[in-house]
Every structure is written in structure tokens, then in C-alpha cells.
Design a protein around this ligand. Structure first.
Ligand SMILES: Cc1cc2nc3c(=O)[nH]c(=O)nc-3n(C[C@H](O)[C@H](O)[C@H](O)COP(=O)(O)OP(=O)(O)OC[C@H]3O[C@@H](n4cnc5c(N)ncnc54)[C@H](O)[C@@H]3O)c2cc1C
Length: 327
């Protein structure tokens, strides 16, 4: 599908831009259109949607072409993405879109609370988001209410005429009235440690430094990936799980040996003892998720817990005196 259409004669329109069309951009777009259509205020609106990648609606994190071993860390049971209602505009109808639970044809309230939770691949969640985007955008493109740009926004500026200017890697648009930024995680500068490791890797043979865990395919394709070479993993958290599961699945198989507890066994024909060396500041691995709804319920915070937490985190003098994330 070619998303790009010509945006001509916007002079009489209010031009709104959304920069970043991942899940948050999609949700904002849907709510904006629903809200404005309820007020009958969509007539003179034109939307410019900027997304750096081709993954409109799902964004790079939920892209479709990623390894199946990248899972979302929220179980399907609590992945509550409500359905979108049918929206009738003047000449077009935007179809209803099912909730995530309807889309996977699962009614969790009918299942036993002992049923083990499952964590879908991020690509599956991406497929849902992308379909949701496509069914939403097609009618809007047909009436030329939106224009999509597969471009990277580099500069946003307020002009003297109170218009906003967006500069991308390809073009400049200087006629926007409002902009919403839904750009997700942004790249960060390399730490001193990584800069030093980069130098070390350049100066030493058979040492490779991979500075980003994703796409995992880059790790799998690395010529130094071999069971004879140890793999250090900086960070002992969620991305570590994706990396280890991705590599381990290339060299062996995980088999669930107990459906009820989801215990699994890993088998491989390789000698991989001490292959991975994960490390982190506190050395603690991530805590496992509860197995099922019944166990999850045991961890549910009470209303008192929640209000105590709110009081504490919202207390300005505590905030000022905090020295770390634990207050
Ligand atoms: C590797 C990884 C795994 C994650 N796993 C989970 C998980 O399992 N569960 C969970 O709840 N959360 C997870 N998250 C958190 C994640 O941020 C959210 O799930 C969700 O993706 C946030 O949606 P978003 O739309 O705000 O941002 P994003 O999904 O990051 O979408 C932002 C979009 O903006 C685009 N963009 C950014 N800058 C520009 C620019 N300058 N110009 C044009 N386009 C731009 C990007 O290409 C991207 O498509 C994960 C994050 C990462 C990085």
C-alpha cells in the first residue's frame, strides 16, 4: 500500500501534525478523530503523519519482521486494547476494529484463573496494531484528510507567523498549526564504557561489540558468534531475555515439559557451559512474572497501598530530597 498522497491546498485548513506513528501515535490519532467527529469539527482539519520507518501504527518496536523470540512482557490476559467503534463521517465510514482479546478470539473471563499466562511475540502485537492503523487510515486517505510521510523529522520550530515548521530528512513543511510528539524512546549518546569497549573491539581480533540488542538478527549474523566464544551481556533485564532466548533458540530447543507450570527444558547438541556472561550493576536477574491470574491476584496492591504510594511520590519535599529512584 502506498501511503503517500499529495497534500495540496491546505491554506484554509487547520493543519495538525503527529510525529511518530507507533502505538501511542495511533491511539492519539484515533482519539482525535473520534473526539472531533463527535463535535462535528472535522471539516477543516488536515493531518500530517510523520513516521521515520515503514511501520505505521505499530512502530519499530512492534515491527512485523522480527524474530519470534522477542516477546512482549505483558501477558495476553492483561493486554487490554479496547475495540474501536465504527465512526461515521460525512461521506465515509471508518469500520469498527476489534479489541485485542476479540482479535485473538479469547474470552479470558471464561477461562480458569489457573490457566497459565502467555506472552505473545511482539510481531503478533505489531500485526494487530498495523491492521488497526490500516483500516483506520484508508477511509481518511480516500477523503484526503491525512497525508503520510515516511520521513525522519529533524527539526521542529515555531515561526514568527505562529505556524510550526517541520524539517525532515527530505522536506520542509512550514504550515502546521499544532504538533503532537509521540516519538517513543530516543537514541542516547554512547557511555564512556561503551566508547572504551568500541576501541578495544577495533584493536583486538575476534572481539565484536554490538551496541544495540535489536534487531537480534544482527547478533545472530555476527561472524564471531560461536559456542567457543563467550558472550558478555551488559544489563540483566528484559532485553537480555530476548537476546539469550534468540541466540539459545538458534543453537537448541526450548520444550515445555509441564503445561501447568510452564516449566521448560533446553536441549542442545553444543557444549555451551558458561557461554553467556550477563552482568549488571546490582547483579540481580529480573523477577519472574506470576504464572497465572490466581497468583497475579496475590500481588494486587490494595487501595491503601496505591494511595500511600501516590502520597509519597507526589510529596514535593520528598521529591526534592530524593537521591535515587527509591526516594
Ligand atoms: C526493545 C523494546 C522492547 C519493549 N518491550 C515492551 C514490552 O514488552 N511491553 C511494554 O509495555 N513496553 C515495551 N517497550 C516500551 C515501548 O516504548 C512501548 O511498548 C511502546 O512501543 C511505546 O509506544 P510509543 O508509540 O510511545 O513509542 P514507539 O513504539 O517507540 O513509537 C515511536 C515511533 O516514532 C517514530 N519516530 C521517532 N522519532 C522520530 C522522528 N524524529 N521522526 C519520525 N518518526 C520518529 C519511531 O520510528 C517509532 O515508530 C519496549 C521498548 C523497547 C525499546
Amino acid at each position: 500500500m502506498n501511503y503517500l498522497n499529495k497534500n495540496n491546498n491546505l491554506s484554509n485548513k487547520r493543519v495538525l501534525g503527529i510525529i511518530g506513528m507507533g502505538p501511542r501515535g495511533l491511539y492519539a490519532l484515533e482519539n482525535l478523530i473520534i473526539g472531533l467527529s463527535e463535535k462535528n469539527s472535522l471539516k477543516n482539519i488536515h493531518l500530517l503523519l510523520f513516521e521515520e520507518t515503514e511501520y505505521f501504527g505499530n512502530g519499530a518496536i512492534y515491527r512485523l519482521n522480527q524474530v519470534e523470540t522477542n516477546w512482549i512482557n505483558i501477558s495476553e490476559r492483561i493486554l487490554i486494547l479496547e475495540s474501536r467503534p465504527k465512526i461515521i463521517l460525512d461521506t465515509i465510514t471508518i469500520p469498527k476494529f476489534p479489541s485485542y482479546h476479540e482479535w485473538i478470539s479469547k474470552e479470558f473471563s471464561l477461562l480458569s484463573n489457573k490457566e497459565p499466562d502467555n506472552y505473545p511475540p511482539r510481531a503478533k502485537v505489531g500485526a494487530y496494531l498495523h491492521q488497526r492503523f490500516e483500516t483506520f487510515i484508508k477511509p481518511l486517505l480516500a477523503i484526503e484528510m491525512v497525508t503520510l510521510f515516511k520521513e525522519k523529522v529533524q527539526v521542529v520550530d515555531l515561526l514568527e507567523n505562529n505556524k510550526l515548521k517541520v524539517e525532515t530528512n527530505l522536506n520542509t513543511y512550514d504550515y502546521l498549526d499544532e504538533i503532537l510528539l509521540t516519538i517513543g524512546h530516543q537514541p542516547t549518546a554512547l557511555s564512556k564504557q561503551l566508547i572504551a569497549w568500541e576501541k578495544y573491539a577495533q584493536e583486538n581480533e575476534n572481539v565484536t561489540l554490538l551496541k544495540a540488542p535489536y534487531p537480534i538478527q544482527n547478533i545472530l549474523n555476527c561472524s564471531d558468534l560461536d559456542t567457543k566464544n563467550a558472550i558478555g551481556v551488559r544489563g540483566f533485564g528484559l532485553a537480555m531475555i530476548d537476546v539469550v532466548r534468540g541466540i539459545a533458540s538458534e543453537y537448541g530447543n526450548f520444550t515445555i515439559i509441564d503445561e501447568q507450570t510452564q516449566a521448560c527444558e533446553y536441549t542442545t547438541t553444543f557444549d555451551i557451559k558458561n557461554w553467556f556472561i550477563p552482568f549488571s550493576l546490582d547483579g540481580l536477574p529480573p523477577a519472574p512474572k506470576p504464572l497465572n491470574a490466581e497468583i497475579d491476584e496475590l500481588f494486587k496492591p490494595s487501595l491503601k497501598h496505591i494511595s500511600n504510594f501516590e502520597d509519597e511520590i507526589g510529596n514535593p519535599s520528598l521529591q526534592r530530597s530524593a537521591t535515587n529512584s527509591d526516594f
